[in-house]
Design a protein around this ligand. Structure first.
Ligand SMILES: NC(=O)c1ccc[n+]([C@@H]2O[C@H](COP(=O)([O-])OP(=O)(O)OC[C@H]3O[C@@H](n4cnc5c(N)ncnc54)[C@H](OP(=O)(O)O)[C@@H]3O)[C@@H](O)[C@H]2O)c1
Length: 272
């Protein structure tokens, strides 16, 4: 399939038709970001926050094309240029195709937000190799695939930023989530190593570790379990996706230029 045939993009905003509402003083004006897994949940909120801060945003998704296009339209209404692209980040070939299209139609990126993630939960004694591999393949190898594929864009940027969305579960473990916890702990180790390696290229690399955030990933938890979780959260509520988005906008801005290798907990005090 040629690049043109594989394009699933929304045309960049025409400033003459849609001037947008953003002020030129915004802290990410002129920066281009790619957010993986951005069709819903936390990824969606990250796109909105980056667009609010002045960035143009490429929206990656795996299957929810309509939702991804809605997210892009929302960002365009704020004034961002956007591009949507379907790619399964667990397949490096698809990530490489995404890179070619993004580079050609959207431009080279300054900011990579590795957000896409899945969970396949079960007690370890029942966990088969497929359930283990599937989660590692998306949550850990997917971060490798995207980071290595887009690394030269970030190296060329004056403002290279990598944000990896890990999880409280990677820090404290959780029953039924050995695969997920291993993948997210791996992302923390990778974040700290890359922060050291890429500092010479003036790229900062940070992770955000959300606690329990109100998205599809959490809505499937039975009510009784939710009550037990809430009892362990000092702020006595689940987090909102917007609370993650705003932190990404901060960490990718010049205000955070001396922060690298950090894991930012956004968990209502559940793990300190
Ligand atoms: N929600 C929480 O409480 C919580 C807590 C800690 C950490 N996190 C982490 O935060 C991130 C986002 O979570 P969420 O709650 O927003 O999840 P979500 O609502 O389930 O959304 C997941 C997103 O990832 C995309 N995705 C999944 N597999 C993909 C793949 N192989 N390639 C490309 N995109 C893929 C999905 O795309 P489609 O819609 O196209 O399938 C969707 O956009 C994940 O890394 C998750 O582990 C979440």
């Amino acid at each position: 399939m040629s690049i043109e045939e594989s394009v699933k993009g929304i045309k960049a905003r025409d400033p003459a038709v849609n001037p947008g509402t953003r002020a030129s003083s915004q802290r990410l004006t002129g920066r281009k970001a790619l957010v993986t897994g951005a069709s819903r949940g936390i990824g969606r909120a990250i796109v909105e926050a980056l667009a609010e801060a002045g960035a143009d945003v490429a929206v990656n998704y795996r299957s929810s094309e309509e939702k991804a296009e809605m997210v892009a339209m929302g960002a365009e209404a704020i004034g961002a240029d956007t591009w949507t692209y379907r790619a399964d980040i667990s397949h490096i070939g698809e990530v490489e195709e995404m890179r070619a299209v993004v580079e050609k139609y959207f431009g080279k990126i300054d900011i990579l937000v590795n957000n896409a993630g899945i969970n396949v939960d079960m007690l370890f004694k029942k966990m088969d190799q497929e359930s283990w591999n599937k989660v590692i393949q998306v949550n850990l190898n997917g971060v490798f695939n995207c980071t290595s594929t887009f690394l030269d864009h970030l190296m060329e940027s004056e403002h290279g930023r990598i944000i990896n969305i890990t999880s409280i579960v990677g820090q404290m473990g959780n029953i039924g989530q050995a695969n997920y916890a291993a993948s997210k702990a791996g992302v923390i180790g990778m974040t700290k190593s890359l922060a050291k390696e890429l500092a010479r290229n003036k790229i900062t690399v940070n992770a955000i570790a959300p606690g329990f955030i109100e998205t599809d990933m959490v809505s499937g938890i039975p009510d009784k379990v939710k009550e037990k979780i809430l009892a362990q959260i000092p702020l006595r509520r689940f987090g909102m996706p917007e609370e993650i988005g705003k932190a990404v906008a901060f960490l990718t801005s010049d205000d955070a230029s001396y922060i690298t290798g950090h894991v930012l907990n956004i968990n209502g005090g559940m793990y300190i």
